[in-house]
Design a protein around this ligand. Structure first.
Ligand SMILES: Nc1nc2c(ncn2[C@@H]2O[C@H](COP(=O)(O)OP(=O)(O)OP(=O)(O)O)[C@@H](O)[C@H]2O)c(=O)[nH]1
Ligand SMILES: [Mg+2]
Length: 240
């Protein structure tokens, strides 16, 4: 079994439905010359209260970085990252939304058509867990019925200031059919793991649907032929 993430990502700052990607051409070719036979593209959205660490999780996943003074997101940011899962290259088109209340009304634009969502809370702040539950309810009511939802209890490195018990969040996730992990964007704990767990749960069949078209897209992941540039540039090289 092979899995791994390859660098590449773009965006940052305010995004308005466009996006970019720094991926190189020639995706899905392994160094040994073997090519992978499936490339799937999925739209993933991050939701959660402001300052829980959504942007930090994405920055860690896409660029392997962490900033102590991460700026609050305005509107939303768009980044991409590609991971390898057995014989499949999974390309995530990631919409990192702004958690400040004044941006709430924009959220449907980003979760509409998303195949996956990560709802983030801060384990040191009980209110953010309550807010995360509200986001889960909204997704269950208004997002695609097949959306894969993961709950991330972030800032696990601050467990000595914990206000949300692991067991409480795990029980809630089990009741609602969510993936659940505690994460730390700071130490990188469980960051690629949560994206990988989502990738494993997403359906990777043959139907194409144009997932991730702008901030919309369909609820079905889009399978790309090798060399297909998709809607937004080529899928990234992966499996170094
Ligand atoms: N200790 C610790 N701090 C973190 C972690 N993740 C993020 N932070 C810090 O928490 C603050 C907020 O992080 P952001 O990533 O900007 O939070 P956000 O959810 O994107 O916030 P909005 O963009 O306003 O919605 C920053 O100062 C980060 O450095 C973590 O895992 N551990
Ligand atoms: Mg942010």
């Amino acid at each position: 079994m092979s899995s791994g993430a390859s660098g590449g990502g773009g965006g940052g700052g305010a995004a308005s439905g466009g996006g970019n990607s720094n991926h190189q051409r020639g995706a899905a070719q392994r160094p040994n010359g073997q090519t992978q036979n499936k490339i799937c593209q999925f739209k993933l959205v991050l939701l959660g209260e402001s300052a829980v660490g959504k942007s930090s999780l994405v920055l860690r996943f896409v660029k392997g970085q962490f900033h102590e003074y991460q700026e609050s997101t305005i509107g939303a940011a768009f980044l991409t990252q590609t991971i390898c899962l057995d014989d499949t290259t999974v390309k995530f088109e990631i919409w990192d939304t702004a958690g400040q209340e004044r941006y709430h009304s924009l959220a449907p634009m980003y979760y509409r058509g998303a195949q996956a969502a990560i709802v983030v809370y801060d384990i040191t702040n009980q209110d953010t867990f309550g807010r995360a539950k509200t986001w889960v309810k909204e997704l269950q009511r208004q997002a695609s019925p097949t959306i894969v939802i993961a709950l991330a209890g972030n800032k696990q490195d601050l467990a000595n200031k914990r206000m949300v018990e692991y067991e409480e969040a795990q029980a809630y996730a089990d009741e609602n059919g969510l993936l659940f992990m505690e994460t730390s964007a700071k130490t990188a704990m469980n960051v690629s793991e949560i994206f990988l767990a989502i990738a494993r749960k997403l359906p990777k069949n043959d139907q194409s649907g144009g997932g991730g078209g702008g901030a919309g897209g369909s609820s079905q992941g889009r399978r790309l032929a090798e060399g297909d540039s998709g809607s937004r540039g080529p899928a990234g090289a992966c499996c170094k």
